[in-house]
Design a protein around this ligand. Structure first.
Ligand SMILES: Nc1ncnc2c1ncn2[C@@H]1O[C@H](COP(=O)(O)OP(=O)(O)OP(=O)(O)O)[C@@H](O)[C@H]1O
Ligand SMILES: [Mg+2]
Length: 383
């Protein structure tokens, strides 16, 4: 790993953030006595000069120097490597070691963490369970969860089809496909009668996992479908011939509750709602659950909310822990025991065009999605 901070430069405290800097505290915005006392410039981890707060108050105990940060445990300093070295308590909850998991332990959701067994091999495949990854809020981890849940299910020997149902084509990009170069996409499958799925399907680099790609063409479908007969079940009809070949079909929805998303919900048996562990996480969820209920009543009585998936969780921040507690309070058993931590590894995988399970197979992120796959399988088998 390339060191992000030159040797000998002390670390900046931050609100539990890593180099992706979504909430990174820079010295100009930090208004603490420690910040005001700073005297020397240091090279920051991203190469810029920052007015570093650490290192110049000789004799000050590092454990108390930034005690006025209520969201970092005492003595906990910003460390770029922390992105790669997870909080040991959180990492422990992800240990695949069955014996350790069987001992009762409290998971990040505050509930006892059950043991999710490693699924046995399958002798035959299908009919597929269709899962819609859905939240009209943008950037909550829908695409990341689709790719990595799919890859983890495929690792466990399940035949998986991923459907890119977002005209932005982020799922396709995340699997190393350039959407702009595609002649045939899920759009053609939806809109052209007689088009066979085999003409559109792409094999991914992950064994057992295929992709129905999309690109900007799909945005036209939203308008064109309006005048179609049974417009809400167009995707359902398109997926029907594929059901017997796959065990799981996961649909990556776009961030809206428009006709494309209603199509995904009409085709699906289950919905997974990723929620980012930040302040506005629960905003709009009422509208989403209302939409799910309407689709259930009017179009697809089989549809169920499988679970709420907390993503981008940072166990070091009080904020993340509080948001997760609120989510559990609101949705109780619907919240998956598996929680996806925030790590820069996920944006890296998008650049690499592959799932985290192959890009960083031993990372905590990969372990988290494998655990999610086992939890999803356990929920399906419990039915
Ligand atoms: N657990 C995580 N830790 C850190 N970054 C993450 C995590 N999950 C996703 N990201 C990053 O956050 C960004 C948004 O994620 P993603 O594209 O999966 O969200 P989305 O809900 O599909 O967004 P959109 O609504 O735009 O389709 C991406 O850059 C992704 O790499
Ligand atoms: Mg997306």
């Amino acid at each position: 790993m390339v060191p992000l901070r030159p040797e000998g430069v002390e670390a900046l405290p931050a609100r539990g953030q890593g180099p992706i800097g979504l909430e990174a505290v820079d010295s100009s915005t930090v208004n603490t006595s420690a910040a005001r006392q700073s005297t020397t410039d240091h090279q920051s981890m991203d190469g810029h000069h920052v007015n570093a707060m650490a290192g110049d108050q000789s004799g000050t105990d590092p454990a108390t120097r930034f005690a006025d940060y209520d969201d970092l445990p005492e003595g906990h300093f910003y460390d770029p490597d922390a992105e790669y070295e997870p909080d040991p308590e959180y990492a422990a909850t992800l240990a695949p070691d069955a014996a350790r998991q069987r001992r009762e332990r409290i998971g990040p959701t505050g509930r006892p963490l059950p043991y999710f067994p490693i699924p046995g091999p399958l002798t035959d495949h299908g009919p597929a369970k269709i899962i819609a990854m859905c939240n009209q809020k943008g950037g909550v981890g829908k695409t990341t969860s689709t790719i990595n849940l799919g890859a983890a299910l495929a690792e466990y020997g399940r035949r998986v089809l991923l459907v890119d149902f977002d005209p932005q084509g982020a799922l396709s990009v995340g699997l190393g496909v350039n959407p702009m170069e595609l002649d045939l996409t899920v759009y053609n499958l939806l809109m052209e009668r007689g088009m066979s799925a085999d003409e559109v399907l792409l094999k991914t680099a992950v064994p057992n996992m295929d992709l129905l790609p999309s690109n900007i063409d799909l945005s036209a479908a939203e308008v064109q479908l309006v005048s179609e007969v049974a417009r809400e079940s167009t995707l359902q009809r398109a997926l029907k011939p594929l059901m017997s070949e796959y065990d799981y079909i996961v649909i990556d929805c776009q961030p809206s509750l428009g006709l494309l998303t209603v199509n995904a919900l009409t085709a699906a048996h289950k919905v997974i709602v990723p929620l980012e562990c930040e302040f506005f996480a629960l905003r709009g969820v009422a509208l989403l659950t209302e939409t799910i209920e309407k689709v259930q009543e009017r179009l697809n009585p089989d549809l169920e909310l499988d679970g709420i998936l907390a993503t981008m969780y940072d166990s070091r921040t009080v904020h993340s822990r509080e948001v997760l507690a609120r989510v559990v309070e609101a949705f109780d058993e619907h919240v998956y025991h598996t929680v996806i931590g925030r790590t820069v590894r996920f944006p890296e995988t998008t650049v690499a065009g592959e799932p985290i399970t192959t890009y960083a197979s031993n990372s905590v992120g990969a372990a988290a999605y494998r655990q999610l796959a086992r939890e999803v399988l356990a929920r399906c088998h419990a039915e």
